[in-house]
Write a protein of this length. Structure first.
Lengths: 431, 336
């Protein structure tokens, strides 16, 4: 398939001698795509007859986003979503590469499950899916999974999700064995014994009488994990940090030269625990939405690149999962489709530049995964997102691609619309 | 912040979920209405027709004797038909969701649900999901709120002290897990008392408890000084597990209300307790039964307060439905 994109602005990249994903937008007249690759930029080849011509006027062309933490829900939880539906939603969000969590049924602790996910993802062909293998068998926190088999089945890293590891000795062995196989560990830092509540512990939890999760549940775990990573030499990636203190600890660890990275869920950059004051279950998230001070520290962490990446932490749910008293509802938000409109809101209201957001979801995420930096340059893989930053529209429930409609954005006016997503030289989404 | 769902457009009560967000005027109206209904209980024929023809469903997901029976009596004295449903939580976990159960009960043309549930926010959830026109009264949800208990306590305080201005009130015990304390603190501050103190060990205090508008005391002897109203909270036995307290004995020694300690408060201080009482755990028997105790008045007042909020919420719903019907009639007239 041959695609041409005409007249837009593209993000400068190292191939343009920009020192990294820059804040610079460069005007272009045409980009030609053929055989899955970017064939030429600003060269008119009379022989090139495009099958699809995309008008990029007024649009930004960016590398396809990389999302480090997505629940695809398949196998096992197809009432909430399927690999097809959620990768389709990812494409609608401008994502071309994603890591899927091992919390499926059966759990992805084996080659067979990894292969199944890979096959279904290839069949869907909406984006590249890189599975996270289970750090422990059955995510039970007791026995090592077969890391060599998981790696062989293309698992990009290991994770235990929110399931606790039984004790520090087991964590240490997991890290040692992961290091043996040169696999990164993606850890949601929680000290299980302190992690008993359903929202951030603070004035609002005190007022409305919901059991709170103290900052300590995360911060104590982060300090232990950093020590373990240092001792074992493993690449520790801290998934979805939520507290200011954790950001400060990561900063110190990085300054000491440790191979430690971190990401943050976009909802923790946008919202605080105030959203829960009316028991609104759509804001029941994990990690919990925390205080304004935490939110500002997380934003600062992204700006200063202490936090390498932003993730959707996409968690689609069926309606019934959210229609109960707050504590009985399931945590998580359906967010992957709205990454860019949410980023526009961050830029408007919270001073995070769109280019910083894009950098965190391309270069930053690629560095965490240790994969090639996505660039808009001749000879590069054609994974692109064509984004119209100025269109505004009201989000209707029935226009959501994901099976999970659990987003607070329904009925809201969003600014910014993914026009087309190109994955490996083909259109994976078109609005 | 949490008030909008329980008020009509004109600011009248249509559900009663929490004291939070309600004005001093509205709380006073509840107390005045309750005052006027107290005499119904003293009549030979203890009935008024305020809820005649209405069906009230007592939906109790947690065991309760006192609260459920006072709600039942209150509804009957208002001439409503009453259906009592006791559901232990294990029964709901067998399959039927709360939403489905509510739909079924609504299909029986219920006009009001009185709900007690172990989860904070359960009555909010129900109020947001029921058909318009059905009133929800919160009879206690998790650690969040127990607004009728708080209002009957306010009525008892007003009967004994005449007013709220200038009063110093101490709440003693397990604040962390107490919906009663949360509602009382809110009501006392809204009604304008001089000071609310909480007296407890740190393990039984929620984080930033002072943000609720209280001063914090770990020492009961210091905390009782100059106090007009003492509210004791029930100590649940399970608090000994999970390292919240070492033993009932040490708790009683440090926080139990004894005759000697009572002398530290003002001589005319009243002693309250939402019940059921653990004699010898949080309160000495002689104090519970003593002259300064108003614990049984609280129970009597409970019926009047519940009659008041049930009739007020029902009339708020009726008013809202009438406005809605009128609007619809006007619209269809405009069309034809």
């Amino acid at each position: 398939m041959k695609i041409e994109i005409l007249n837009g602005k593209r993000l400068a990249c190292p191939a343009d001698n920009a020192k990294d994903m820059s804040t610079q937008w460069i005007d272009f007249e045409r980009i030609e795509i053929q055989n899955g690759m970017i064939k030429s930029i600003n060269q008119s080849n009379p022989a090139f007859k495009a099958d699809i011509s995309i008008d990029g006027t007024g649009c930004y062309i960016l590398p396809g986003l990389i999302d480090l933490n997505v629940s695809l829900r398949e196998p096992g939880y197809t009432a909430k979503g399927s690999i097809y539906s959620e990768t389709k939603a990812a494409a609608a969000g401008g994502v071309t590469t994603l890591c899927c969590t091992p919390e499926t049924k059966p759990i992805n602790d084996s080659k067979a499950v990894s292969k199944l996910i890979e096959e279904l993802a290839q069949e869907a062909a909406n984006c590249e899916v890189l599975p996270l293998g289970a750090l422990t068998q059955g995510l039970e926190g007791e026995q090592l999974s077969e890391y060599a088999s998981l790696k062989n089945a293309h698992c990009i890293a290991l994770s235990n999700g929110y399931h606790p590891i039984k004790n520090l000795a087991i964590s240490k062995r997991c890290f040692e064995y992961a290091k043996t196989h040169n696999l990164s560990v993606f850890i949601n830092a929680i000290e299980a014994s302190l992690h008993q509540g359903v929202m951030h512990e603070d004035e609002i939890s005190t007022t409305i009488g919901l059991q709170g999760i103290p900052d300590l549940a995360e911060t104590v775990a982060v300090s232990q994990l950093i020590k373990l990573a240092e001792a074992t030499g493993v690449h520790l990636h801290l998934s979805q940090l939520s507290t200011a203190d954790a950001v400060a600890q990561v900063k110190v660890a990085k300054e000491r030269g440790l191979r430690i990275t971190a990401d943050v869920a976009i909802q923790n950059l946008l919202y605080t625990d105030e959203k829960v004051a009316n028991f609104s279950s759509v804001f029941h998230c994990m990690p919990p939405l925390r205080s304004e001070a935490d939110r500002l520290a997380l934003l600062e962490g992204v700006k200063t690149r202490v936090i390498s990446a932003i993730t959707s932490a996409h968690q689609p749910h069926e309606a019934a999962a959210k229609q109960m008293p707050f504590a009985e509802t399931e945590a998580g938000m359906s967010s992957i489709e709205f990454l860019l409109p949410m980023a526009m809101k961050l830029e408007r209201e919270h001073d995070l530049l769109l280019t910083d957001f894009i950098s965190a979801m391309t270069q930053g995420a690629a560095e965490v995964l240790n994969i090639a930096l996505p660039q808009i340059a001749v000879g590069q893989k054609a994974n692109l997102c064509i984004f119209d930053p100025s269109t505004s529209y009201v989000l209707e429930r029935e226009n959501i691609q994901s099976t999970g409609k659990n987003t607070p954005l329904v009925g809201q006016t969003l600014t910014g619309c993914v026009k087309t997503t190109i994955f490996e030289g083909r259109v994976s989404y078109s609005s | 912040m949490q008030s909008s769902v329980q008020l009509t457009a004109s600011g009248k009560l249509k559900h009663f979920l929490t004291v939070s967000g309600l004005s001093k005027e509205l709380l006073t109206e509840i107390l005045d209405t309750a005052d006027s209904l107290i005499e119904v209980g003293e009549r030979n024929i203890k009935k008024v027709p305020l809820l005649r023809g209405k069906t009230v469903v007592n939906l109790f997901f947690e065991a309760s004797t006192r609260t459920r029976s006072t709600f039942e009596l209150a509804a009957k004295r208002l001439s409503a038909d009453v259906l009592n449903i006791n559901i232990n939580t294990s029964a709901t976990s067998k399959g039927e969701s709360l939403s489905d159960m509510l739909k079924n009960l609504e299909a029986m043309a219920s006009d009001m649900f009185v709900v007690r549930h172990a989860q904070s926010g359960a009555s909010h959830f129900i109020a947001e999901s029921v058909t318009p026109g059905v009133a929800i009264v919160n009879a206690g949800d998790g650690w969040h709120a127990h607004p009728t208990q708080a209002m009957l306590d306010m009525l008892t305080i007003r009967q004994n002290k005449g007013q709220f201005e200038g009063l110093k009130v101490a709440i003693i015990g397990d604040i962390l897990h107490s919906r009663v304390a949360r509602s009382q603190i809110r009501a006392l501050n809204t009604l304008g008392v001089d000071e609310v103190r909480v007296i407890a060990p740190n393990t039984l205090l929620p984080k930033h408890v002072e943000s609720l508008g209280v001063s914090v005391f770990n020492d009961i002897n210091a905390g009782l000084k100059d106090i007009d109203v003492i509210i004791m909270l029930r100590l649940q036995r399970e608090r000994m597990q999970g390292a919240l307290l070492p033993s009932e004995g040490e708790y009683y020694q440090l926080f139990g209300l004894t005759r000697d300690r009572l002398k530290l408060a003002k001589p005319d201080a009243i002693v309250m307790h939402p019940g059921p009482i653990n004699r010898g755990v949080e309160i000495e028997s002689e104090v519970a039964d003593g002259e300064q105790s108003v614990i049984l008045d609280q129970v009597t007042n409970g019926i009047a307060v519940r009659m008041a909020v049930m009739s007020m919420a029902m009339s708020g719903q009726t008013e809202e439905q009438n406005i809605l019907n009128e609007k619809r009639a006007n619209e269809s007239e405009a069309i034809s």
